[in-house]
Design a protein around this ligand. Structure first.
Ligand SMILES: [Zn+2]
Length: 268
């Protein structure tokens, strides 16, 4: 009897602290995930993305595809996008006509409504009409302003811009490209993996290790997955190396909308 009473007395604070721990780590929501990588692709290279599907499934990996010019995609292309979505990849918006805020709308605050009506709403509608769930966005040419982003945040939960490495700043030091729980702005940055961005595999690997060590998500972006030489192309072998390294580091593969599930704290 005595032991039972003691047990009851001690169990209340224990339950209290345990529930705090569970809430903080989001275990209740069933969606708390650790350090990871979010691989993204832009534009309309649906066939090349679909052809790379087995690379991703080999490592149980997922990507986010930011689709522009939906009017140029035929029924077969949409069917491929639906299948990618069904397999856990995310389809997202990259405007209707690939028009940039600076290059096509002069970053003019007076044109924000036009941008929304001409580039954003029709893009979402045309993709959603194809049974694609759209909740995130990538800026064409990485162009944005604070004012335009305010409008975009009414339409999307994350906006992806671009960040650049250089000879003095390898991938692991491009801080903007690492998503952490401290980022509550909804604005995120990817660092490039296409040939033009000159980020060798070893530097991308250092970036993945940094994400692991800091409980963050490294965000990467590319365009077309192909062995054809081209500035905005990434060879399948390089993509597979990135997937394999991330897999071996036991990093999580995030789609962009899933970034919300990053745990607040380190956990084993
Ligand atoms: Zn683009």
């Amino acid at each position: 009897m005595k032991t039972n009473k003691l047990l009851v007395i001690f169990s209340y604070p224990l339950v209290f602290f345990l529930s705090l721990f569970l809430i903080n780590t989001q275990i209740f929501a069933g969606e708390c995930k650790g350090a990871g990588v979010a691989i993204t692709f832009d534009d309309t290279y649906v066939d090349s993305w679909y052809d790379a599907r087995n690379l991703f499934s080999r490592y149980n990996a997922k990507a986010t595809y930011f689709v522009s010019q939906p009017d140029s995609i035929n029924a077969e292309g949409f069917s491929k996008l639906r299948r990618l979505q069904y397999w856990g990849h995310e389809i997202a918006s990259h405007t209707l006509d690939h028009k940039g805020i600076a290059s096509h709308y002069n970053s003019d605050p007076a044109l924000i409504d036009d941008y929304e009506d001409e580039q954003i709403v029709p893009s979402i509608k045309k993709l959603e009409r194809q049974a694609l769930r759209i909740s995130t966005f990538a800026h064409p040419f990485g162009q944005y302003t604070e004012e335009y982003n305010e409008m975009l945040k009414q339409n999307f939960i994350f906006l992806r811009a671009t960040a650049y490495s250089n000879s003095n700043r390898p991938v692991a030091e491009v801080e903007e490209a690492f998503f952490s729980r401290e980022n509550t702005t909804g604005l995120i940055y990817g660092v490039g993996i296409d040939n033009i961005y000159n980020n060798p595999l070893s530097e991308i690997e250092d970036g993945l290790i940094a994400a692991k060590n800091n409980n963050e998500v490294l965000i990467l972006y590319g365009h077309k997955i192909t062995n054809d030489e081209g500035r905005y192309h990434i060879p399948p072998s390089k993509l597979e190396d990135i997937l394999r390294i991330a897999y071996e580091l036991e990093l999580e593969f995030y789609t962009i909308s899933e970034l919300r599930a990053l745990c607040r704290y380190f956990y084993e």
